[in-house]
Design a protein around this ligand. Structure first.
Ligand SMILES: NC(=O)c1ccc[n+]([C@@H]2O[C@H](COP(=O)([O-])OP(=O)(O)OC[C@H]3O[C@@H](n4cnc5c(N)ncnc54)[C@H](O)[C@@H]3O)[C@@H](O)[C@H]2O)c1
Length: 292
């Protein structure tokens, strides 16, 4: 298969919605699938609102915004994405759920399509193995394409090759990331790759600092913002990422690097158990009264 002209995005949450938007604005045909109808409906209305805001801010012309929206299809059945040249998966950060999905994708995408995952931390090699098991050779088309939040703003795409990933797949994903206006940077397939290997333990430590009474959450963040020149503090960033996603990533680091120092802080886990997931639920470490 040659150049990628259309992509399927699986998962229409924070990341999938952003990836679909950026791809459509860049001229790709986009098909979005989510197992939740509510999530899909929310994603569609978010796209309309965000594109309207881009027109207001003169970032795109009205015609281009209309054309971008017209390029996105929202589908309620996974098999309806089958015509795409590439898949970017952005569902829940759970190794078993992702492996099952890629096994299914390997069977419906048999014409050389790239199968990319936006996982923050899960082994690409293991996801590729699940694809290979379902359809021999499919693992060479599996690759990590790790976007950052918010996708329309953040330039980086961490590109992670699994053991099975072919050079052709890597080249095509680098070209795709560039065509979406992003900067692809390679990293190897170790738990957390580079970004979360470094970032997540810092966020986790901020929860420990709060739990142990070193400082109030707002002060933890203020110290890190002013002291390290971060645009936002680690606890605010955790809310933005999603506290559930932070716990998932810490679990992957602890298991993948076989070291208990990466275990999620009990206070972080407790907030997740209480349904305080951050911006997306209106409450995490901090409160977000206007959230959906
Ligand atoms: N949030 C971040 O800052 C961030 C950054 C980079 C990468 N990621 C990764 O992106 C992925 C998605 O994260 P998010 O923040 O967008 O999560 P999210 O909770 O906002 O969205 C996930 C979506 O996937 C859907 N979903 C779950 N299981 C599914 C399945 N089996 N089939 C189809 N849809 C399914 C859910 O209904 C939900 O709409 C995760 O792997 C996460 O680690 C997140």
């Amino acid at each position: 298969m040659g150049e990628i002209k259309s992509i399927a995005v699986i998962g229409s949450g924070q990341m999938g919605g952003g990836i679909a938007q950026v791809a459509a604005v860049a001229g790709f045909g986009v098909t979005v699938f989510d197992k939740s109808n509510d999530a899909l409906t929310r994603c569609k209305s978010d796209h309309a609102k965000r594109l309207a805001r881009m027109v207001e801010k003169k970032q795109v012309e009205q015609d281009a915004a209309d054309a971008a929206l017209a390029r996105i299809k929202y589908v309620h059945h996974l098999d309806l994405i089958a015509g795409a040249d590439a898949v970017v998966e952005a569902i829940v950060e759970d190794a078993k759920v992702k492996a099952d999905l890629f096994a299914h994708l390997a069977k419906i995408f048999t014409a050389g399509q790239v199968l990319a995952t936006n996982t923050s931390s899960i082994s690409i090699t293991e996801i590729a193995a699940a694809a290979d098991h379902a359809h021999k050779g499919a693992g060479e088309r599996v690759i990590g394409m790790h976007f950052f939040n918010p996708v329309p703003v953040m330039k980086l795409v961490e590109v992670i090759k699994g053991v099975q990933t072919s050079p052709d797949t890597t080249e095509r994903v680098i070209a795709l990331a560039k065509a979406m206006g992003k900067t692809p940077v390679p990293a190897n397939d170790r738990a957390g790759f580079v970004s979360n290997r470094v970032l997540m333990p810092m966020i986790n430590e901020a929860f420990y600092a709060w739990m142990e009474g070193v400082a109030e959450p707002a002060h933890v963040d203020e110290i890190m913002k002013l002291g390290c020149n971060f645009p936002m503090g680690p606890l605010r960033l955790a809310d933005f990422i999603g506290l559930d996603t932070c716990v998932h990533i810490m679990n992957v680091l602890a298991d993948g690097l076989n070291n208990d120092r990466y275990r999620a802080c009990p206070l972080l886990k407790q907030l997740v158990a209480a349904g305080r997931l951050g911006d997306k639920t209106g409450r995490g470490v901090f409160d977000y009264p206007k959230a959906p």
